[in-house]
Write a new protein. Structure first.
Length: 346
């Protein structure tokens, strides 16, 4: 491998609480069996984990809680001590608060100090953006070991008292699509025997003149309770239309960038909006031999944590000479992103 590469050493993840299936959600919110069947048929997200107890409304996990768990797991798996980390980058759409940054709260809990930290505000491409920022900084030679995190906890938008029958489709879809979680990866400039090289990271804004596909509001004390806008809404039909097309475009950009062919790809980490959407995208990409690495049917859509859940599954099964492609799309203002990984031949 080229010594100028940056390597993925290990990944770790964290989920809050027990899994909640569609029957449990339907029972808790008084929805009929037809609603449950609709979710199973058209969304195909059987379960998710929430940081909020849906019976009591108590928030039982914060993003910092999950970030600490995922970070420790990744560091332990990599055999890296917290004091060896000299860079931290986090991507999230739902920080615990505006200040302090959640990345710094996680660093504090891990006993990390005196390093460079960055937090990126983004939807589902935030994890890839965080990998890109860390990799670019490491390629300058200024940093040797990075802890990269991505995750989302939507507790502040989970109202367990709401009557779901009163919600618009744009709001209702969020109830079944999304779950909470956090992931982390350790990056290094010195390869270990099981390290995987990050050959390329691609990030491109393509939202000029395009309406947002998703909006999440942030209400303060001046407008809380008085603003008629929903806290979160999603144009699922728009996303269904655009994300598969963008996934094909991202794949081409990545393959062209590293000089690989479609038949060279051994593993595909596709976008994870829902089980149904993932299946459509995988069919559209039509990679001839690639094994799909997906998690959304078990975790729900955990936003910026998804790539790390996929990496956690991928790293142990990559063999020398294998190639992997990861793809993520941020639909709020449309960002294409992805990465190319390679395990060195023996």
């Amino acid at each position: 491998m080229d010594t100028s590469d940056v390597y993925l050493l290990a990944a770790g993840t964290a989920l809050p609480g027990p899994p909640l299936d569609n029957a449990r959600l339907a029972s808790r919110f008084g929805m009929d069996s037809m609603w449950e069947q609709w979710v199973d048929t058209f969304i195909d997200t059987p379960r998710r984990h929430l940081a909020t107890n849906i019976d009591t409304g108590e928030v039982e996990s914060s993003l910092a809680d999950l970030g600490e768990q995922a970070g420790r797991q990744a560091l332990d798996a990599a055999g890296v001590r917290p004091q060896d980390v000299d860079l931290m980058v986090m991507g999230t759409a739902t920080p615990d608060m505006l200040m302090p940054a959640t990345v710094n709260m996680v660093a504090d809990r891990l006993g990390i100090d005196g390093i460079a930290t960055y937090q990126l505000q983004s939807g589902c491409s935030g994890a890839v953006q965080a990998l890109d920022v860390a990799r670019q900084l490491m390629l300058t030679g200024r940093h040797r070991t990075a802890l990269v995190l991505g995750g989302d906890v939507g507790a502040k938008h989970q109202d367990v008292t709401v009557d779901l029958s009163t919600l618009s489709p744009a709001e209702l879809v969020n109830v079944v699509l999304f779950g909470d979680g956090c992931g982390a990866a350790v990056l290094g400039t010195d390869p270990t025997p099981d390290a995987v090289a990050i050959r390329s990271v691609f990030v491109q804004l393509v939202g000029l003149g395009r309406a947002p596909g998703q909006v999440i509001e942030w209400f303060g004390s001046a407008d809380r309770g008085r603003d008629p806008r929903p806290a979160g809404a999603e144009d699922y039909k728009m996303i269904e239309e655009h994300v598969p097309v963008m996934a094909v475009e991202i794949l081409k950009e990545l393959l062209d960038g590293v000089g690989w062919r479609e038949q060279d790809i051994d593993f595909l980490l596709p976008p994870q909006l829902s089980g149904r959407m993932t299946a459509r995208i995988v069919d559209r990409l039509a990679l001839p031999i690639a094994e799909e690495i997906s998690c959304v049917r078990e975790t729900g859509n955990t936003g910026n944590a998804l790539a790390f859940f996929q990496l956690e599954r991928l790293l142990p099964v990559m063999r020398p000479g294998d190639h992997a492609i990861g793809i993520a799309v941020e639909s709020s203002k449309w960002i294409k992103s992805g990465f190319a990984l390679e395990k060195a031949a023996a």
